[in-house]
Design a binder for this molecule. Structure first.
Ligand code: PLP
Length: 404
């Protein structure tokens, strides 16, 4: 008789965005004439930049010729992409990260949920609250978390580090010592970003207590302020305590192409064992590499044309962020984020819960956002809006908010 992994039963019934999608579909089915504007899910809307499309076409053509055909990719990624990443994302910023410390993958979601596998099951994890729900859920699936909490129950093996109005949405060092610390900056969903000084405090702490930081830099491309680091390796000592995750989804619109990478410095060790070796072993066993054509597209992200085109794309989304931020503020809402991030974090009016506000917005003005409580207990009473829509839809959504 088979037995299920009972840890799955400790998870919320469905993944946050599946619940939203179901509610929106049900509403649309009942109201087919209403036009819904979606500022909820963090998917991009701008097409892939022309220079990246050219790289894709040319890689596709290569696959049709015996001399240039590519089969299985090297497990850790093609050298042309790992070199481009090392050069542009690290050396150009003065960070000591080498190409062979970069593991190319099909996206940050898989990496951030799989990385916990290389740690002992009794490690205590700490997460910002609110944050991307995948960090906690993937640890629950792996058996970390004696009891899982909904909003009303306690969840003992995970330390929640509240990021609230009081601390400027930047988590503080917890009282209890964690073994693994998930940091996401710029943060999804609050849009808050840590300054280099704030991040250095975490790096020093992790080195002191022997913890590892899993640093999710998925929104790094949206940073506009000088004192906000683009990589944790800008901080001194990060090579001995930090793993960094990157995605090509938000900087280059690869949500449908799928590409990401993880950095594990060779100096990050438990005794004599490099975490780098464990992750390489895991990649070798469980992953057969991101497709050649997608890695060529990733290489084009770092070409001069690619960089120029993507700069424009980010500016387009950040203009939307400004529209949302300014519009809602003028309409009397309390908002933050939107400066180093495509996310705007708003307080729900009149003490409504996040889901009450979601339902009201959908019913009355047909705008979809994401309830803050889906990102952790401290997200209750908040709502996330994203700047990833089209400019026209964003302007229209803000007008609808004003009419509420
Ligand atoms: N990390 C964070 C913080 C995210 O918000 C997301 C997606 O929304 C991801 C990772 C997933 O990125 P990818 O599309 O590369 O899997």
């Amino acid at each position: 008789m088979f037995k299920i992994n009972e840890d799955y039963l400790k998870l919320p019934g469905s993944y946050l965005f599946s619940t939203i999608a179901k509610k929106v579909s049900a509403f649309q089915a009942e109201n087919p004439d209403k036009k819904i504007i979606r500022l909820g899910i963090g998917d991009v809307t701008q097409p892939i930049a022309p220079s990246i499309i050219r790289a894709l076409h040319s890689a596709v053509d290569e696959m049709g010729e015996a001399e240039t055909f590519h089969g299985y990719a090297p497990d850790l990624g093609y050298a042309f992409l790992r070199d481009a990443i090392a050069e542009n994302d690290y050396h150009a910023r003065g960070c000591d990260v080498q190409a062979d410390e970069i593991f190319v993958s099909d996206g940050a979601k898989c990496d951030c949920s799989n990385i916990q596998e290389i740690f002992s099951s009794d490690c205590k994890i700490a997460v910002c609250d609110p944050v991307y729900p995948v960090y906690v859920d993937s640890n629950i699936m792996a058996g970390r978390g004696g009891t899982y909490s909904t909003l009303t129950e306690t969840f003992s093996d995970v330390i929640y580090m509240p990021a609230t109005e009081t601390n400027g949405f930047c988590p503080e060092i917890p009282d209890e010592t964690p073994d693994i610390i998930y940091l996401c900056s710029p943060n999804n969903p609050t849009g808050a970003a840590m300054t280099k000084g704030q991040l250095q405090v975490w790096v020093d702490y992790a080195n002191k207590v022997g913890a590892v930081i899993i640093y999710d830099a998925a929104y790094e491309a949206y940073i506009s302020e000088e004192n906000v680091p683009h990589s944790i390796y800008e901080c001194e000592g990060a090579r001995t305590c930090a793993i960094e995750l990157h995605s090509f989804s938000k900087n280059a619109g690869f949500t449908g192409l799928r590409l990401g990478y993880t950095v594990i410095p060779k100096d990050l060790k438990d005794g004599d064992v490099m975490l780098h070796s464990l992750w390489a072993r895991r990649h070798g066993t469980k992953y057969n590499g991101a497709p050649y054509i997608i890695q060529r597209a990733g290489e084009a992200v770092y070409s001069p044309e690619g960089k120029a085109e993507l700069k424009e794309q980010i500016a387009y989304y950040m203009k939307n962020a400004r529209v949302i931020y300014d519009g809602l503020k003028a309409a009397g809402y309390q908002v933050s984020g939107g400066v180093n991030s495509p996310y705007i974090w708003m307080k729900t009016p009149k003490g409504m819960t996040s889901w009450e506000f979601f339902d009201q917005l959908l019913k009355n003005v047909q705008v979809v956002g994401t309830p803050g409580s889906g990102f952790g207990p401290s997200g209750e009473g908040y709502f996330r809006l994203t700047a990833f829509g089209t400019y026209e839809n964003t302007v229209a959504a803000v007008e609808r908010f004003k009419s509420l």
